[in-house]
Design a protein around this ligand. Structure first.
Ligand code: NAP
Length: 326
């Protein structure tokens, strides 16, 4: 770690957006540190298979995450395994507070905190988490070999994870609250062609039941008739989207009604030198390639910002204002 805790750039979050920012920042010769509280790769690391990252036809999420990390490390990116508890903007520098009490100071900060799986908030979901309820098929699918599982969701994630679980489980119920899937056409076709997957349309789960062995049944409801019945199942997997991890976003930064941060085309927020990238940023689509592109954009913009700031301070100009003019 830097002796005086001062960096050109501090990156918070080690998913595809943060690691790509790290790669570009190191190539731009910025003194950079990346802080990540868990494993590198974020949500991607727990994906079974990635088939749409350009140039790579098929790779596991874990392997792709490692490639991002190795690539950034090849340029000597410093990676600190710590939780960030606060980001405090300042005119001279921004401060990033770590859970271990250490303060890092940076001319620029890139926040790449991503999102977390959304929960259903139905009876049994939190009680039986880890006892049959899961948000990661790659992590927990192994426990359901030859068994029956329920998957909830109609998007790309639910399709991919249902297909993965169909390789292990005996039967997969796919519950969707409407009569049409949101997922991409190619994934829909694969799901329809998989005989182990049974789609229950217009259906929502209302309660998860368990015995001493873990989850044993799921109470479901028809959204059109309100009729309820019980499915015998050993596992219950929820893939109903994400919510943005915006807890570290400083006061005054603009967010939309769903909690995603609004930035300009450089991924810069209304606070000078504070950038938000990846799934936390308001955007049309959330894909790995777009998160990586955000990281690149923000690092190049941060390099320009830091160089201008240093040049201005050498020329003894008046310090810049914290908030930029819209
Ligand atoms: P998503 O696209 O937002 O889909 C969430 C699904 O869950 C929707 O079908 C939604 O139903 C359903 N849902 C939401 N709340 C629900 C509730 N309370 N009860 C029951 N169902 C509920 O989320 P995602 O699949 O996680 O994907 C997130 C983003 O990542 C998307 O942009 C996706 O394209 C991208 N992604 C891409 C890939 C890939 O390209 N390989 C893989 C994974 C994810 P409705 O349809 O009725 O709203």
């Amino acid at each position: 770690m830097s002796e005086n805790g001062m960096y050109d750039l501090i990156i918070v979050g080690g998913g595809p957006a943060g690691l790509t920012a790290g790669l570009y920042a190191m190539r731009a010769a910025l003194k950079t540190v990346l802080v990540e509280k868990g494993v590198a790769g974020g949500q991607v690391a727990i994906s079974d298979s990635v088939e749409n990252y350009p140039g790579i036809e098929e790779i596991s999420g874990f392997d792709l995450s490692n490639k991002f990390l190795q690539h950034a490390r090849a340029y000597d990116l410093e990676v600190v395994n710590q939780e960030v508890v606060a980001i405090e903007p300042g005119v001279e520098h921004h401060t990033v507070q770590l859970a271990n009490g250490v303060s890092l100071r940076g001319h620029a900060v890139i926040l790449a905190a991503g999102g977390s799986p959304r929960k259903l908030n139905i009876p049994g979901e939190s009680e039986y988490y880890g006892k049959g309820v899961s948000y990661c098929a790659t992590c927990d699918g192994f426990f359901f070999r030859g068994k029956t599982v329920v998957v909830v969701g109609g998007g790309d994630t639910a399709m991919e994870e249902a297909l993965y679980l169909a390789k292990l489980a005996n039967h997969v119920y796919l519950l969707h609250r409407r009569d049409a899937l949101r997922a991409s056409r190619i994934l829909q076709q694969r799901v329809m062609a998989e005989c182990k997957i049974e789609i229950l349309w217009n259906t929502i789960p209302v309660e998860i039941k368990a015995d001493e062995g873990g989850v044993c049944a799921v109470r479901i409801q028809d959204t059109k008739t309100a009729e309820q019945r019980e499915l015998a199942a050993d596992g219950f997997f929820v893939f109903i989207g994400f919510f943005p991890n915006n807890q570290l976003v400083p006061a005054g930064v603009k967010m939309n009604a769903d909690g995603y941060v609004v930035t300009d085309e450089k991924c810069e927020t209304g606070i000078r030198g504070l950038y938000v990238v990846g799934d936390l940023r308001e955007k049309y689509a959330r894909q790995i390639v777009i998160a990586a592109a955000d990281g690149c954009t923000a690092a190049l913009a941060a390099a320009h910002f830091v160089e201008s700031k240093k040049a201005a301070s050498l020329a003894c100009e008046a310090p810049a204002e914290l908030f930029s003019n819209p």
